[in-house]
Design a protein around this ligand. Structure first.
Ligand SMILES: Nc1ncnc2c1ncn2[C@@H]1O[C@H](COP(=O)(O)OP(=O)(O)OP(=O)(O)O)[C@@H](O)[C@H]1O
Ligand SMILES: [Mg+2]
Length: 357
């Protein structure tokens, strides 16, 4: 695996606002890499630093070992797709796509061939003579993607390119963007605050909060092994049960949680007496049955029927546990715990993550 884009120790402030706090990561060649985080966490700032629209206060940005920090944007050879399409409103789709090549001195048959190729790639053949206002949002965004790709950049940067589209179109464009990325093999740095979008598109994801990297990993790593409480909450849904470390052994960590003692897989760096959270996903929580598992006793406050599963809200001594029970049948409903029932809440220690409080 090759480090294609490397960002090391990036800092950026706007007056008193620290937008990037010592950000480091590496993207491999042909990889689809996504920056995921809540609004204001620094995603756009990071992308703009890579593109050269913004100058970082400190840190390095290199592509294939070449330090680009002081190159102007046009020398960096990156394609950029913005949240708002930023097309030239008076030019046709064709001219919008051709523009970047013309600026690079291409013309005639070679220009036409490259433009047609890009329009084909985003499936816009037949619409090339329309102006942006005569195209739908999804079609305009395709023009923007074609315009970024036609120059054959070393790197494609996309900043929430789908956020202006309705839900259905967003789904469709996700599939399209992934297809285009696979077909071209272009190394892509993508920004979104939408976890589902990040998961459906990316090879790897960088989770950011308040200008800092929280975790870098694949979908499965982020989902099953969140590095901290922020990632556990931001990626999907997670119960966070407050507890205290009783003993830290070689193989396992013993934790006192809501009056019960749980033996969980070891997490290094925890000492007896330390406050922790036990994080467990709703789909890993079982109700009523508890043979040999770690278990807690509670009472069903609410039960919601959500189609593929039942969602239970269970009170356990001041805390709340959410449990999603799937595999529901009409006949089976009556035998499942009802609102007001006392239940045992169980989960396998292997489905739990211990987080520092
Ligand atoms: N030009 C600027 N001047 C002052 N502050 C700025 C500027 N650009 C960004 N910021 C601040 O830096 C922080 C990071 O902003 P940024 O636009 O990178 O966030 P973001 O993650 O892209 O958010 P969103 O998801 O809402 O687009 C924010 O607190 C923002 O207010
Ligand atoms: Mg942004």
């Amino acid at each position: 695996m090759e480090r294609y884009l490397e960002v090391r120790g990036l800092w950026k402030s706007f007056g008193p606002v620290l937008a990037l706090h010592d950000v480091s990561f590496a993207v491999e060649r042909n990889e689809f890499f996504t920056l995921l985080g809540p609004s204001g966490c620094g995603k756009t700032t990071l992308l703009r630093c890579v593109a050269g629209f913004e100058q970082a206060d400190a840190g390095e940005i290199a592509v294939e070992g070449h330090d680009m920090r002081f190159d102007p944007p046009e020398k960096r050879d990156v394609g950029f797709v913005f949240q708002r399409y930023a097309l030239f409103p008076t030019m046709t789709a064709y001219r919008n796509v051709a523009f970047g090549l013309e600026m690079r001195g291409l013309h005639g048959a070679e220009l036409d061939r490259r433009v047609q190729e890009a329009l084909d790639l985003v499936r816009l053949r037949g619409l090339e003579h329309r102006r942006p206002r005569e195209l739908s949002g999804g079609q305009q965004q395709r023009v923007a993607v074609a315009r970024a790709l036609v120059i054959r950049p070393r790197l494609l940067l996309m900043d929430e390119p789908l956020s202006n589209l309705d839900a259905k179109l967003r789904q469709e464009m996700r599939t399209e963007i992934r297809r285009i990325q696979k077909e071209t093999g272009i190394t892509t740095l993508y920004v979104t605050h939408d976890q589902e979008e990040a998961f459906s598109l990316s090879d790897r994801i960088l989770v950011m909060d308040a200008g800092r990297v929280q975790q870098i990993g694949t979908h499965a790593e982020l989902y099953f092994q969140p590095a901290n409480g922020f990632v556990a909450d931001f990626i999907g849904q997670a119960n966070r049960l407050p507890g205290e470390v009783v003993a830290a052994q070689v193989e396992e960590t013993t934790v006192r949680v809501l009056g019960e003692t749980l033996r969980l897989p070891r997490r290094p760096g925890l000492a007896p007496g330390q406050r922790v959270f036990v994080s467990v996903r709703p789909e890993h929580v079982r109700l009523a049955v508890c043979p040999g598992d770690s278990c807690l006793k509670g009472r069903v406050r609410q039960r919601q029927f959500l189609g593929p599963f039942l969602r239970y809200f269970v009170d356990i001594g001041g805390a709340e546990v959410v449990a999603d029970i799937s595999g529901i049948t009409l006949d089976g409903l009556a035998s499942l715990p009802q609102e007001g029932d006392n239940v045992t809440v169980g989960f396998s220690p292997h489905d739990c993550t211990l987080l520092e409080a």
